[in-house]
Design a protein around this ligand. Structure first.
Ligand SMILES: C[S@@+](CC[C@H](N)C(=O)[O-])C[C@H]1O[C@@H](n2cnc3c(N)ncnc32)[C@H](O)[C@@H]1O
Length: 161
């Protein structure tokens, strides 16, 4: 059974994972994939990119979802705590050097970001942060990484005939 990039949106991810385990067949394997938004790191020499990216990402993800933006790296712990065995978690780090490609997955598109922010007090900060990214694009140095976690675990028991 597989569930991708959903637990990051949930206010009670442990309950959701417990329900997935409940309906999983005995000895079945659960595969969960989720993002760790705290791992989103653009390069850049500006202070905004170097020092305020975590703050910007926390604000942006908070505007989109009430869930846990670090969901990806919590999967290993949550799956063990749900009683699954043989839990394995692998980080997959995506590397983007083209902003247009990054926009497919990362919250970097100006129109989208400013729409998300609306009249939020930090809209100006986000706009300036996007300006700093645009400067990287302009001098062909844009680079950003994001880690997504792929975690799996097995349910105990004997399969029904
Ligand atoms: C990033 S998409 C992933 C969709 C799909 N699993 C995939 O891999 O393409 C996030 C999904 O989470 C769902 N979602 C968001 N909040 C949710 C919630 N509170 N309960 C259940 N699903 C939710 C959305 O409807 C959306 O389909």
């Amino acid at each position: 059974m597989r569930c991708e990039r959903v637990t990051q949106h949930l206010t009670e991810p442990d309950k959701a994972i417990a329900e997935l385990v409940r309906v999983l067949r005995p000895r079945g394997r659960l595969l969960l994939i989720d993002t760790d938004w705290d791992s989103m790191l653009p390069d850049g020499s500006s202070t905004l990119l170097r020092e305020r990216t975590p703050e910007v990402i926390a604000i942006l993800t908070g505007q989109v979802s009430k869930g846990d933006r670090t969901a990806g790296r919590t999967l290993h712990r949550r799956m063990i705590q749900t009683g699954l065995t043989d839990v394995q978690a692998e980080p997959v780090t995506l590397v983007f050097d083209v902003l247009a490609d990054a926009n497919q997955l990362l919250p970097l598109d100006r129109h989208m970001v400013m729409g998300i922010m609306g009249d939020h007090p930090a809209a100006g900060l986000c706009s300036a942060w996007l300006d700093a990214l645009d400067e990287c694009v302009a001098d062909h140095t844009f680079l950003a990484t994001l880690t997504i976690w792929v975690a799996s675990g097995s349910k105990a028991g004997v399969p029904q005939p």
